[in-house]
Design a protein around this ligand. Structure first.
Ligand SMILES: *Cc1c(COP(=O)(O)O)cnc(C)c1O
Length: 339
């Protein structure tokens, strides 16, 4: 099964697919106990290249093929690059990805290079990269596959369909990290098409929180590299999604993000990347306060947008040291069972 089971609600035929979507929705007992509401985790890291970007990419690259494109291009904080590179390879198209130099997680870089994309490291940030690819796509016969591409949104909305089908309706609330704001826009569209309207809680990193501050951030900074974006392309749609669903946009600090990241891995057995943990960090830091007069949310789905293996550097940075030992039974026993 893949997201293409919803093909009657998608605008193209599956001309290129790696069987994306249909990701696990797992209950989170520890988080549920801590928050007093039913918490579910949508594991988008289980997509073919390890992030939700594949949902949009299968649709966007299918549309590019239909339109006769020979190449695809994107600006990326990493996962869009990895995904675009994979789908370009699969479709036999040239892939060009522009990433902020030194600012993308190592696993994502390895993916983009392995899939044969031309990887350009820009001495600038994501917002600079997006501005340049937008100009390039106007000058050349090349398809832009950032989430400004409407087909990306169409593909990504299927995550909301899956959750509603599985739970028999929408949860009361959805918690989701927000960077360029394509994904929150997609989930909103998916719920709307399904006839549902759960409260959408979008969380940004405190050092990259333009939607919270109400103005673009010149030099966004956060450990959560996937959401290190200072001027989201889908700004208005994100705010509209949050307002119309009676949710909110809030910020979480890097310490809160990393603590949720560790809690998910060690307490729930789920290893996601730091940006993904912003959804859970937001839930823990802010709760899900109902708008005055609305009932308290009793169930929440946290979107875990990407896999933890994408960013081993951040994982190992704070992990306890491994313990060296001679090949001696007693010595191993002593260490293994010490308090
Ligand atoms: C792209 C991405 C985000 C942010 O999604 P937007 O659509 O840009 O808001 C969050 N987490 C991960 C892991 C991502 O790759």
């Amino acid at each position: 099964m893949s997201l293409w089971r919803y093909r009657d609600r998608l605008p193209v035929e599956p001309l290129v697919t790696l069987e994306e979507g249909d990701t696990p929705l797992v209950p989170a007992p520890r988080l549920s106990e801590r928050t007093g509401c039913d918490v579910w985790l949508k594991l988008e890291g289980a997509n073919p290249t390890g992030s939700f970007k594949d949902r949009g990419m299968t649709v966007a690259v299918s549309a590019a093929i239909r339109e006769g494109a020979e190449a695809v291009i994107c600006a990326s904080t990493g996962n869009t690059a990895a995904s675009a590179a994979a789908y370009a390879a699969r479709a036999g198209l040239r892939g060009v990805v522009i990433v902020p130099e030194g600012k993308i997680a190592i696993g994502k870089l390895a993916q983009a290079l392995m899939h044969g994309a031309r990887v350009i490291a820009l001495r600038g940030n994501f917002d600079d990269a997006l501005r340049i690819v937008r100009q390039l796509a106007q000058k050349h016969p090349i398809e832009l596959v950032n989430s400004v591409n409407p087909y990306r949104i169409e593909g990504q909305k299927t995550a909301a369909f899956e959750v509603c089908d599985e739970l028999g309706g929408a949860p009361d609330a959805l918690a989701i990290p927000v960077g360029n704001a394509g994904n929150i826009t997609s989930w909103r569209r998916g719920f709307e098409e399904y006839g549902e309207s759960p409260a959408l809680y979008g969380f940004q990193a405190a050092g990259a929180a333009p939607l919270v501050l109400g103005h673009p951030v010149e030099s966004p900074e956060t450990v959560a590299s996937a959401i290190r974006i200072g001027n989201p392309a889908r700004w208005e749609e994100a705010m509209e999604a949050v307002t119309a669903s009676r949710g909110r946009i809030a910020a979480v600090g890097d310490e809160q993000i990393l603590s949720a990241y560790h809690l998910l891995a060690s307490g729930e057995g789920v290893f996601c990347e730091p940006a993904s943990a912003a959804s859970v960090a937001g839930l823990l830091a802010h709760g899900l306060p109902a708008v005055e007069g609305d009932p308290e949310p009793e169930s929440v789905v946290c979107v875990l947008t990407g896999h933890g293996l994408k960013d081993p550097d951040t994982a190992l940075g704070k992990a306890p040291a491994v313990i060296g030992c001679d090949p001696d039974l007693a010595a191993v026993e002593r260490i293994a069972f010490a308090d």
